[in-house]
Design a binder for this molecule. Sequence first.
Ligand code: ZN
Length: 303
Amino acid sequence: MLHEPRRPDRATRITTSLDAVLRGLTAEQTAYLQRPKNAGPLPTPDDAQSLAELQQISGVAARAIVELQQGNPLTDDDLPDYQRVALSGLVAEIRRLTEGHERRPGREARERLFAWLGGDGRTSEAAFRDLRDRLRARLQAQAAAAPVVQPAPQQAQPTNQDVLSGQLAGIIGHAAPAGDEAQVKAILVVGGQAYRGRNGGPVSAVTLQLINGLVEQLEDWTITGCAEVHALDAFVTARNYTDPNDVLKDFTGAPRVIKEPVIAAMDARGRPTRSWAKRLPCEHCRQWLATLHITPDTKGAVS
Ligand SMILES: [Zn+2]
């Protein structure tokens, strides 16, 4: 007989989903959260700085919305829909002010957003402030815990990271095909097994549906252009999944079926000859990788 896995308590679930939000953020979005509160009046930002701030706010909110859509709680109150709607309103307002026919210059967009947050957008303001405070608290807690390094237990079996590092050793810095065409490769390691992908070409319907459900598109993005997506697809098709929910469950369920998956991507750089260089995942891939608890190996990566 199977028995129900014990459901983690709400506080633990909140911490887990806040950490998932943080893992999906870009360095700029994380830096935005780490800005000291009440640090005195900021010098008046210019258009570019204003726009960057709005994009950071929107990006953090969008990442949180993805978690809420998965049913992962981010606050104590039992109205996740209310929070999701409030954050979606914020993202939509920023889009309205920065894209399309109603777009404003950066400073004016920022001023209008802040005016909106103090008026019609008050619920969005409260939801985002609560989210930002919680993410900041998690960043501080993580920083406080960081110096305590546990000695690694003796591993009889190579870890996924060991397998990935072994694969990368034979590729990074080695010759890549010449030419101007973008060449990107990714390697996903699950259960000690490497799954490889390249940019371009079709992916299975299961993978398309899965990724579409996990990514809040911040700008036009072609799912099949990312080698990471193709590496995941190699795994999905090798294991004969027919339902994206089964894939999601295996990566995120309790207990976790898939443990500590890792991924790395690399592209061909240089001129006239090219070699393989490790690269960071794009902001869209960061979202689904975080939700699926897949750790990108970004040590020594270029952006
Ligand atoms: Zn990507």
